[in-house]
Design a protein around this ligand. Structure first.
Ligand code: KIV
Length: 401
């Protein structure tokens, strides 16, 4: 087995996540989320977009001051979380971002500028040459303020490949230390996104001096798959959000990427992570409550159905041995336990277990069969049979015999 490298986990719940339509975090909410991210071992926290509002500038400054120095839960990592803020490639925005993040012992400026012809022509109405000039000037200016600079060529996935190589080569020369290559519109397939990194790392001069980073939007539901493909092709930083919240269909979710790596400790990935997975459910609930963004019940890892079993065959298997239908022990991600849900497709073993849990004694197989057939008749009419329904059926059964 080859030696694994550390995966840098860059969480952007407080910046890209907050760009989800309808989501605004208050400063105390941002602080609590940032504290939990720090405790769970996140490496870089993108705390906001300081130039976007006074409120965001204050929130990012407070996170830098109050969360930036924290070491609780990070003993194995050996350093505090890096605090960063996103900025346009404009001097006064860069200065303002630096003024917010500089209070953290470890801080970074994250500059973005579009590079695709679509964005250069329609959004900026400038040439590729002018785009490149602005990018280089912005990075050079940022380097006069701090030495940890991330650059993102926005809409990289739709940028001409040769131009992208030129931009990234110049970005390294100007002083960028992390190159984040986003699929801003979520258009790529995993092979394309992974292949792009392979090409960029092989063709960009100075590629070995920087950290390569992936940032995927989820417009085709491929953000996690694309991020994993990027790791397999040289990426060592992933940009993620809790519950996958973010612009439009959202971003790559932290819990999916981390648990994909966690459940594949062999040779599938050339990286290891230092996330405390036991805090995943806790932070998912915190982000759900503070953002007001519901988590779909069947969302991987953190959805309410992620560890629930309804069909008789599955219930029977799980009751005999959890591993028959669960690839993750719920306790590993902080979910209190799995659950057996009674519905139309459920079987007798689950019913028997549920009745016992409710303290209902079933004296014979015949009595169980009778309760089971009435339960099935009810389940045909109702999506979920409740404890109250079961108690009523069992009581009625006792009376009618
Ligand atoms: O989606 C995107 O391109 C971004 C960058 C600013 C990183 O959010």
């Amino acid at each position: 087995m080859t030696t694994k490298e550390k995966l840098i986990v860059f969480d952007t719940t407080l910046r890209d996540g907050e760009q989800s339509p309808g989501v605004t975090f208050t400063t105390p909410e941002k602080l609590e989320i940032a504290r939990t991210l720090s405790r769970m071992g996140v490496d870089v926290c993108e705390a906001g977009f300081p130039m976007s509002s006074e409120g965001d500038f204050d929130a990012v400054s407070r996170i830098a001051k109050e969360v930036g120095p924290l070491m609780e839960g990070r003993e194995a990592i050996g350093k505090p979380m890096v605090i960063t803020g996103l900025t346009r490639a404009i001097e006064r925005d860069i200065q303002r971002t630096y003024d917010a993040v500089k209070h953290a012992p470890l801080h970074r400026i994250h500059i973005f500028h579009a590079t695709s012809d679509i964005h250069l022509q329609y959004k900026f109405r400038i040439s590729r040459e002018e785009g490149l000039r602005r990018i280089v000037a912005a990075i050079r200016f940022a380097r006069t303020l701090c030495d940890n600079i991330e650059f993102s060529p926005e809409d990289a996935a739709r940028t001409d490949r040769a131009f992208l190589v030129e931009v990234l080569t110049e970005a390294i020369k100007a002083g960028a230390t992390t190159l984040n290559v986003p699929d801003t519109v979520g258009i790529n397939l995993p092979e394309e996104y992974g292949g792009m990194f392979k090409h960029l790392i092989a063709n960009t001069s100075g590629a070995d001096k920087v950290i390569w980073s992936a940032h995927c939007q989820n417009d085709l539901g491929l953000a996690t798959a694309n991020t994993l493909a990027a790791i397999q092709n040289g990426v060592r930083q992933v940009e993620v959000t809790i519950n996958g919240i973010g612009e439009r269909a959202g971003n790559t979710s932290l819990e999916e990427v981390i648990m994909a790596i966690h459940t594949h400790p062999g040779d599938s990935f050339p990286v290891f992570h230092q996330i405390n997975t036991k805090l995943i459910y806790k932070i998912s609930q915190l982000v759900l409550q503070t953002s007001g963004m519901a988590v779909q019940p069947h969302k991987a890892i953190v959805g309410s159905n992620a560890f629930a079993h309804e069909s008789g065959v599955h219930q029977d298997g799980v009751l005999k041995h959890r591993s028959t239908y669960e690839i993750i022990d719920p306790a590993e991600v902080g979910v209190p336990s799995n659950s057996i849900v009674l519905g139309k497709t459920s079987g007798r073993s689950a019913l028997k277990m549920k009745l016992a849990e409710l303290g209902i004694e079933v004296t014979s197989d015949e009595a169980l069969l009778k309760i089971f057939s009435r339960f099935k008749a009810l389940a045909d009419k109702k999506a979920k049979v409740t404890d109250h329904d079961l108690i009523a059926i069992a009581e009625d059964q006792k009376v009618s015999g």
